[in-house]
Design a protein around this ligand. Sequence first.
Ligand SMILES: Nc1ncnc2c1ncn2[C@@H]1O[C@H](COP(=O)(O)OP(=O)(O)OP(=O)(O)O)[C@@H](O)[C@H]1O
Ligand SMILES: [Mg+2]
Length: 244
Amino acid sequence: MTTKREGKAIQIEGLVVRYGERQVIDHLSLEVGAGEVYGLLGGNGAGKSTTLQAILGFVTPSAGRVRVVGLDPSAEPAVVRRAIAYIPENVALYDHLSARENVDYFLRLARLRPEPGEMEAAFRAVGLAEEAWGRPVSGFSKGMRQKTAIALALLRRASVLLLDEPTSGLDPGATADFNALVSRLRGEGAAILIVTHDLIGVADIADRVGFLEKGRISDEMAAEGADRFDLRALHDRFARARAA
Ligand SMILES: Nc1ncnc2c1ncn2[C@@H]1O[C@H](COP(=O)(O)OP(=O)(O)OP(=O)(O)O)[C@@H](O)[C@H]1O
Ligand SMILES: [Mg+2]
């Protein structure tokens, strides 16, 4: 993982995003540091994906400030996106190409060349079975596509990971694999932002969770002790945020 520049890896202060007349992000503030997993929880339409789009510089804030590794994504989108691995819910890969060929292609686009054996090490690290490395990804499950994308993130040495609904549609075994992988990336110093409505899933790995309701964070909770989160309290707060 690359070292972060000054400040938190992701810093958002008073972000406002409007689509035409509609304000969908309403003075949102959050920070995610290196080696930290932040779970942003919200129902459909709360503004989770829009927040990620602002971090990536695909939407321009109407007000407020977004910084990624100290840089403004609206002003320097290309540089910022090089620091970020964005894993959307449905990972886009070239179906007729194998996992190896996909990763090789995307690395070339980023003008990166892995050391001999590095790609294989990344596939092993994410738990992608060796028999799958050379197979066209058209036959891959959602979890396998995610693993391929995360292997690419490792090879790109992305210091910021943005994950949109990563565990929806994964079976419990694949979710556990995914969580182990996220913990590992956190251990390597990545700043990880997960947006989801899966309260239970995110409680397993997040260091902090924020409740997003109508474009603003109504509440935040931090993991504490061996039990991490009091699931009942988490559930109650989420229900309260959604009813607000
Ligand atoms: N490109 C767009 N143009 C206009 N409105 C949009 C656009 N993208 C999102 N919206 C609106 O902004 C609001 C927030 O959408 P967003 O996709 O960020 O929500 P979300 O929390 O990711 O929801 P979901 O759980 O359904 O993925 C919604 O009301 C949505 O209809
Ligand atoms: Mg969304």
